[in-house]
Design a protein around this ligand. Structure first.
Ligand SMILES: Cc1ncc(COP(=O)(O)O)c(C=O)c1O
Length: 361
């Protein structure tokens, strides 16, 4: 069976060469006589895999030594609680609400202290990224953003200027999509299952000085969620997702071997701009996000007719393009174009859109 064009929002397409390499090593990893799945996480072989994954990610993003890198489990969702538990020292943080993922993070954070909404675009159905007009209160423990809102398809093109207040960013759906200046952040995190590898690994990049005194809520923070303890143990406080980390490491190498994040960024904007350009001229489809805030990863669009949307999605599936159904809270369509989605996949989707439009406009 041929592989489909995979526009899933996550878990999502992985580079074929990574899958094949993992397949070739699946039963026997190097000369260990066993699969990575069967290996002790305390073995030198796995330690090497873990260290290599971290070192490769550090090179790919240019992560300074002043930052710790963690590979945890529990998804990005667990970090909605992990972040306030570790960083809300004065029980006061500020959140930008740009869509459902920042909203979920905000709801969770409220369990741990006072959380101010610094800006929100809920009133306009999250059709844009919230601008931050007022200066940031310097007493806040951190400012939180979801830098790319996967469901609505918006992206922050500029970061809030927080002064001394650390910036915390959920980069799940723009992980490895483009270079980032890590030094501008206090903490970045991402569920790996979009462009980083399989589900079950969450990558956290955090300034060491923010965690050096242990979690803000040491009274309630589980050991597992204690970033200081996890950093001291290289994410191996308990049994980590060994196979997931192994696969992420392979994806990080693939990024490095294919020109790094600079090349990824060019390829990703080319893909999504192919779709945005089409949407801007279409008489049937329209994109939902204002042009200046469009995502590098998730292109969200609709015909404004539920039946036609359903017909389009069914036709896409029949033609080997899967995952274009929009998120259940929004409907319509969404094409997620992470690193492993090819330009050919996007061109094929746009050709189908044009054909569908000819028959239905
Ligand atoms: C931006 C963003 N944050 C958080 C999450 C939640 O991730 P997880 O399912 O790993 O908890 C998602 C899931 O799609 C997401 O897109």
């Amino acid at each position: 069976m041929a592989r489909v064009f995979n526009f899933n929002p996550g878990p999502a397409a992985m580079p074929l060469s990574v899958l094949k390499e993992a397949q070739s090593e699946f039963v026997e990893y190097k000369d260990t006589g066993m699969s990575v799945l069967e290996m002790s996480h305390r073995s030198p072989e796995f330690e090497a895999i873990n260290n290599d994954a971290e070192a490769t990610l550090r090179r790919v993003y240019g992560i300074p030594d002043t930052y710790a890198v963690l590979f945890l489990s529990g998804g990005a969702t667990l970090q909605f609680a992990g972040i306030p538990m570790n960083l809300m020292f004065h029980r006061h943080a500020g959140y930008l609400i740009a869509g459902n993922w920042s909203e979920k993070a905000y709801e969770e954070a409220k369990k741990y202290g006072q959380v101010d909404v610094l800006a929100s675009t809920k009133d306009t159905h999250f059709d844009r990224y919230p601008p931050l007009s007022s200066p940031i209160d310097q007493d806040l423990d951190y400012v939180y953003i979801c830098q790319n809102e996967t469901v609505y398809g918006s992206m922050a093109k500029k970061l809030p200027q927080g002064g001394e207040v650390p910036l915390v960013s959920d980069i799940s759906s723009m992980f490895l999509a483009c270079p980032l200046d890590i030094s501008k952040y206090g903490l970045l995190y991402a569920g790996a299952q979009k462009a980083g590898g399989p589900a079950g690994v969450t990558v956290i990049i955090v300034r060491k000085d923010l965690i050096e005194n242990g979690p803000a809520r040491a009274d309630i923070c589980p050991n597992y969620m204690d970033f200081k303890k996890q950093a001291a143990k290289h994410s191996m406080l308990n049994t980590p997702n060994t196979f997931g980390i192994y696969l992420c490491g392979k994806v990080f190498h693939w990024i490095e071997d294919t020109g790094g994040l600079v090349e990824r960024e060019k390829a990703n904007w080319k893909k999504v701009n192919t779709l945005y350009d089409y949407l801007d001229h279409s008489k049937l489809f329209r994109g939902l996000i204002v042009p200046q805030d469009r995502s590098i990863s998730n292109v969200v669009f609709t015909t404004d007719n539920k039946d036609l949307d359903a017909e389009f999605i069914e036709g896409a599936n029949e033609r080997g393009m899967v995952g274009v159904k929009g998120h259940r809270i929004l409907g319509g369509m969404r094409a997620s174009c992470y690193n492993a989605v090819s330009q050919k996949a996007v061109d094929t989707l746009v050709a189908y859109m044009a054909d569908f439009e000819r028959h239905n406009a």
